[in-house]
Design a protein around this ligand. Structure first.
Ligand code: GCU
Length: 601
């Protein structure tokens, strides 16, 4: 587990390198996270992998990693497809939680002056990796990427990769024991070898300075910093370029003035090709430039107030069971959010696949990205805080250059306590240090109702936030929809609020009186009352109802209605739109029309 070393005086952006680097004992720690792998030379290791289910952890005792065992044989074992969860590839594994050993062989021919990093988009929850029978690295956290330095262990020709993935839930994990979503286990995202030069561009941050519509600045981390090493940043379409200057900590800093820059926005998601090069390496990325800030209770995108017309979604595809991954799933899910009239999505409750963010960049959808510090977490545990900090650091390291992301969320519905406040305060401070360009938020359901129907948003953590999210379920877990007509909302904080969750369950096709729970009419009624009530909140600057699509959850077992699904979706798992879908769509189309009116010169 990470140990904390006093690193006084180091510039903030170096902080994350130290956090990622210091780690466990198995093999070597994951190497600093390589960014933008899609624009790197890669060797895909996706496909069918052999697997062995290991409920009693025999593999560790019999060192499956080094393959000297008798009663098991990877080569004659069945296979699982990667990327993908194991639960919905094999009926006997649907409810399995424990260890599964993955194995695949591949041919590889190392190239001179080239390093090879083994990259995992995600492995839920714990992963231990062996390459050619040698322990390589381990990682914990099911929704963020990691990569391991594999150059020295790779052979010219045949190679064998073994990964033990365990998704058992523990009280001091992130998330903890009882998340209201399905615990999909396995190598759930792409696996690949990323080839980079011996000295390569590891990380970089490129964005508009806060409050500026034309000054682009940032830093680049490239090893062996020396003032003599020429590091350049170019934006060919704008015929702009500059040379970055090294500081003594190994970072290159730069500023580019771009008077003709077209800003990225949901209406015009303009991306520019940006090229970074050093004497030994070059990388390019399509980046959008926009500013995001708050002023009083307003959220300003590119200096103008914006209302976030959003929807929450889990990382589950339509039409098939399992974990979503890749561009196709992202395009379907975000395409439906666009159809709803959204300019914003809250990706719940964990970092989704990077392809989701890339598609949001292209479609012009603003994004709330969150780490799964969810409900009952062990706030007293230093280890748990380290785990949360690592996931936060990896999330920001992967996605820091995606214009779509405007909000980092450090938690969801955590109960107030001194330990909780201190825990979240630490995460908020870390997020601000790692990325001073974005807004920090969290979703809270900790409101005070001193008098009936008088809601006060006074959770002390709001003081630390730029924007606060409130989850409220009036009409479902609390009272009836009509209570919304008499509910008042207030807060002691002069900050923008997003209602980050509201809604109710409805089984698609179940019809009845608006007062009959589980029917489409009841859900529709909740939405009508919610929207009417929310319009009256003077500091409301966004909504993201719970949720785009019905999703799997072990908590939801009502026969004939839930059958293993949380039914608060506006769309069923097979793509059928419920009545409430159109109520929200109409509200969002109205807001969009108003917004485009105000944008007119
Ligand atoms: C909570 C929580 C969600 C959950 C939802 C529900 O607010 O944040 O993860 O699924 O309520 O109960 O449906």
């Amino acid at each position: 587990m990470p140990r904390h070393i006093r690193l006084a005086g180091l510039p903030s952006s170096l902080l994350w390198i130290t956090m990622l680097a210091v780690s466990g004992s198995f093999g070597q720690s994951p190497a600093p996270l390589v960014q933008n792998v899609i624009n790197r030379t890669t060797v895909s290791l996706d496909g069918d992998w052999h697997y062995i289910v290991d409920p009693h952890e025999e593999g560790t005792a019999r060192s499956f990693g080094s393959r000297n065992f008798v009663e098991y044989d990877f080569n004659t074992s069945p296979s699982l497809h990667v990327p993908g969860d194991w639960n919905f590839q094999r009926p006997e594994l649907q409810w399995y939680e424990g260890t599964v050993w993955y194995q695949r062989s591949f041919d590889y021919h190392p190239r001179t002056d080239t390093r090879a990093l083994l990259y995992f988009g995600a492995a839920n929850y714990r992963a231990r990796v062996w390459l050619n029978e040698k322990p390589l690295c381990e990682h914990e956290g099911g929704f963020t990427p990691f990569n391991c330095e594999a150059t020295s262990l790779l052979q010219d020709g045949a190679n064998v990769l073994i990964v033990a993935v365990n998704d058992t839930r523990h009280s001091d994990d992130i998330p903890s024991l009882r998340p209201d979503w399905f615990n999909y286990g396995g190598l759930t995202r792409d696996v690949m070898l990323v080839e980079v030069p011996r000295e390569f561009i590891e990380q970089y941050s490129i964005q508009l300075d806060r409050g500026s519509s034309h000054r682009i600045s940032g830093w680049i981390r490239a090893p062996n910093p020396s003032t003599s090493q020429k590091v350049t940043i170019r934006i060919p379409e704008l015929k702009l370029g500059t040379e970055a200057m090294a500081d003594k900590y190994g970072l290159y800093w730069f500023t580019i003035d771009a008077p003709k820059l077209e800003l990225w926005s949901p209406e015009k998601p303009k991306l520019y090709r940006v090229e970074i090069s050093t004497p030994t390496d070059r990388i390019s990325e399509e980046i959008g430039f926009r500013t995001i800030e708050t002023r009083g209770t307003d959220i300003l995108l590119n200096g103008r107030p914006i209302f976030l017309r959003g929807i929450d979604l889990h990382e589950e595809p339509f039409y098939r069971s399992g974990r979503a991954h890749g561009e196709d799933d992202a395009r379907t899910l975000l395409g439906w959010a666009k159809e709803l009239g959204c300019n914003f999505v809250r990706l719940a409750h964990y970092p989704h696949d990077e392809s989701m963010i890339r598609v949001a960049d292209r479609l012009g959808l603003l994004v709330w990205s969150e780490i799964p510090v969810y409900q009952g977490v062990d706030f007293k545990s230093r280890q748990t805080l380290d785990k949360a900090t690592r996931q936060l650091t990896e999330m920001i390291a992967r996605d820091r250059n995606h214009a779509a992301i405007i909000l980092w969320s450090v938690s969801n519905e955590t109960p107030k306590s001194a330990e909780r406040n201190a825990f979240l305060h630490q995460l908020i401070t870390t997020a601000r240090t790692l990325d001073p360009t974005r807004l920090i938020t969290t979703a809270t359901n900790q409101t005070t109702t001193a008098e009936a129907h008088k809601k006060v948003f006074d959770d002390p953590i709001i003081a630390d936030l730029d924007v606060f999210g409130v989850n409220e379920y009036i009409g479902w877990y609390e009272g009836v929809p009509a209570d919304l007509d008499i509910t008042t909302w207030s807060t002691p904080y002069e900050k923008p609020m997003i209602v980050s969750e509201f809604g109710g369950d409805a089984k698609y096709g179940l019809h009845g009186a608006a007062s009959q729970r589980w029917t489409e009419e009841y859900q529709e009624d909740i939405y009508r009352h919610q929207i009417a009530a929310l319009r009256k909140i003077p500091f409301l600057r966004g909504t993201s109802p719970w949720i785009l699509k019905d999703f799997r959850s072990p908590h939801r077992q009502l026969p004939g209605i839930q059958d293993g699904y949380n039914r608060k979706g506006l769309i069923s798992e097979s793509g059928e739109r419920k009545r409430a879908f159109y109520v929200l769509q109409q509200f969002y189309h109205e807001l969009a029309a108003q917004a485009s009116e105000t944008r007119k010169p």
